[in-house]
Design a protein around this ligand. Structure first.
Ligand SMILES: C[S@@+](CC[C@H](N)C(=O)[O-])C[C@H]1O[C@@H](n2cnc3c(N)ncnc32)[C@H](O)[C@@H]1O
Length: 256
């Protein structure tokens, strides 16, 4: 990401995206492009490997929730393809499509041997798919980066067929005060430190910042309801450090 004297910078002088600026989306894309090669290693280290457990656990929650078989699934904001590969493993007969708005991330996903081949560059807020294309739209650790969460939720609902499921996995604030204290210490202090060890602190300073600005678990459920979904629920994972949000596209004729 190019240094920008007007935007926020970390202690080592590296910039990070600022939601208050009109350039936020562009800044997010540039930031993810700049860390695409180190993304997996950083993620496993910063979460002590728990991220490898969270995606399968979220799919386990999804399977207890959904009504329809998964024949066509979309991974939005696929990054290096971790969730798309899980989807392909879990639903071996499904067509799995994966998109991300960072070309560098899509390229990194494509270099992984087991990533589904239907990969493309697309913005979640303007998906290049017809209404009702997918039985499942899934995303992991993407929602807090959306410039317009409400509008993007409507777009995700649009590409789901009636009765199709949404799964959004996202970091969340734990309910227990003790776990919450540890959670904030980790994200505010340990994560940027690991970021410095990875070369630049900015992208990892953005992580706690983006969590602070993200709506509460209850608010996210309300936003999904307002975006046109039905049966929106939140399922806490790992003491609520992450939450799997599940929702269903309304039946034909019930769309708002
Ligand atoms: C934290 S990474 C998560 C990647 C992957 N889903 C995973 O589980 O590891 C967030 C990803 O979302 C992508 N992203 C953020 N906003 C997006 C948008 N509006 N449209 C498409 N992709 C987006 C970023 O480029 C980045 O690759």
């Amino acid at each position: 990401m190019a240094p920008d004297r007007d935007g926020p910078v970390a202690r080592d002088g590296s910039p990070y995206p600022d939601r208050a600026r009109p350039t936020f989306e562009r800044e997010v894309r540039a930031m993810f492009a700049s860390i695409a090669d180190r993304y997996d290693a950083f993620n496993h280290l910063a979460t002590f490997g728990l991220d490898l457990v969270w995606r399968p656990r979220a799919l386990w929650e999804l399977d207890r929730y959904r009504h329809l078989p998964v024949r066509r699934a979309l991974d939005v904001g696929c990054g290096t393809g971790g969730l798309a590969r899980r989807l392909a493993d879990r639903y071996p007969r499904a067509e799995v499509v994966a998109v991300d708005f960072s070309r560098a991330m899509v390229a990194a996903a494509g270099r992984r041997r087991r990533t589904p081949r239907a990969l493309g560059v697309a913005n979640a807020s303007r998906l290049p798919f017809a209404d009702g294309t997918f039985d499942l739209v899934a995303s992991a650790f993407v929602a807090r980066n959306f410039a317009d969460l409400r509008g993007t939720a409507r777009e995700l609902c649009r590409v789901l067929r009636p009765g199709g499921s949404l799964l959004t996995l996202e970091v969340s604030e734990p309910a227990s005060p003790t776990v919450r204290r540890l959670f904030h210490a980790h994200f505010d202090r340990v994560v940027p430190m690991i970021g410095r060890a990875f070369g630049r602190e900015g992208p990892y300073r953005y992580l706690p910042e983006s969590l602070r600005r993200f709506p509460s678990v209850r608010e996210v459920v309300t936003i999904l309801d307002a975006a046109g979904f039905v049966r929106a629920v939140a399922r806490p994972i790992s003491m609520g450090i992450v939450t799997a949000y599940l929702a269903e596209a309304p039946a034909r004729g019930q769309r708002g």
